[in-house]
Design a protein around this ligand. Structure first.
Ligand code: ADP
Length: 227
């Protein structure tokens, strides 16, 4: 069996008096492509924030592993929801991608090595963003910005990639390209994909879970999945 990357055990979370997530259990392994579906407001983004450690569960545990051992600072790539990105921030495409290689304690540019810069160039090219690399993100189309923040999420070669609605603002051709690309990187990186596009998720993911206070695994998604 492939190696365990994350174990969520008995997690409860609420923002206020009523519980949003209750008794959540999920194990994510290398090579997994997990689709997370659920109604608006059911707690999908909250689950992603718990996985990132931006929120802490009131009960239960979320443990990340590397080579079979628990780690406190896991390597995670994160693509936030499009709406969470501030387009007015004065950064170019290249600068946004570079931030994916900086840890919160690292200073800006001087600390990027020449190897880091080559890695940034390679990802920008791979994502078809070369012609836009010096453009301000405020001037990009929705799809171009999505590609830029995806490039930022993967530039550090994370072992776990969390994508919150990555297909918003992508036309159907770009969506196909995105899923083809995700399939390629999935060989070296487990993916958790939050999506409202139930059919896209059920076609591509090896595990689909539905959030509705608890987490239900949709083993036969095409027949019935509780949303
Ligand atoms: P989803 O991603 O499934 O649409 P979210 O996880 O974003 O749902 O939100 C779940 C619920 O929690 C929603 O009702 C939302 O309004 C509420 N919520 C989200 N963030 C906060 C917060 N920081 N404080 C209070 N309530 C919040």
């Amino acid at each position: 069996m492939s190696e365990k990357l994350v174990e969520i055990s008995g997690v409860h979370f609420s923002y206020g008096p009523s519980p949003l997530l209750a008794d959540i259990n999920l194990t994510i392994r290398e090579g997994d492509f997990v689709g997370v579906v659920g109604a608006n407001g059911s707690g999908k983004t909250t689950l992603v924030k718990l996985l990132l450690g931006h929120l802490l569960p009131q009960k239960g545990t979320i443990r990340h592993y590397c080579d079979g051992k628990p780690v406190a600072a896991p390597q995670i790539g994160y693509l936030p929801q499009y709406a969470a990105v501030d387009k007015s921030f004065p950064l170019s495409v290249r600068e946004v991608v570079e931030t994916g290689l900086l840890s919160p304690r690292t200073m800006w540019r001087p600390f990027l090595s020449s190897g880091d810069r080559r890695r940034v160039d390679a990802i920008i090219e791979q994502m078809g963003l070369s012609a836009l690399s010096d453009k301000a993100i405020g001037s990009l189309s929705g799809g171009e910005l999505q590609k830029t923040i995806l490039a930022r999420a993967i530039v550090s070669s994370p072992r776990l990639l969390l994508l919150d609605e990555p297909d918003t603002y992508l036309d159907s051709c770009s969506q196909e390209n995105l899923y083809d690309f995700l399939k390629k990187i999935n060989k070296n990186c487990a993916i958790v994909l939050v999506s409202h596009d139930v059919s896209a998720v059920s076609e591509r993911c090896n595990l689909v879970v539905s959030v509705n206070r608890t987490l239900q695994t949709c083993s036969d998604f095409s027949k019935k999945c509780p949303l």
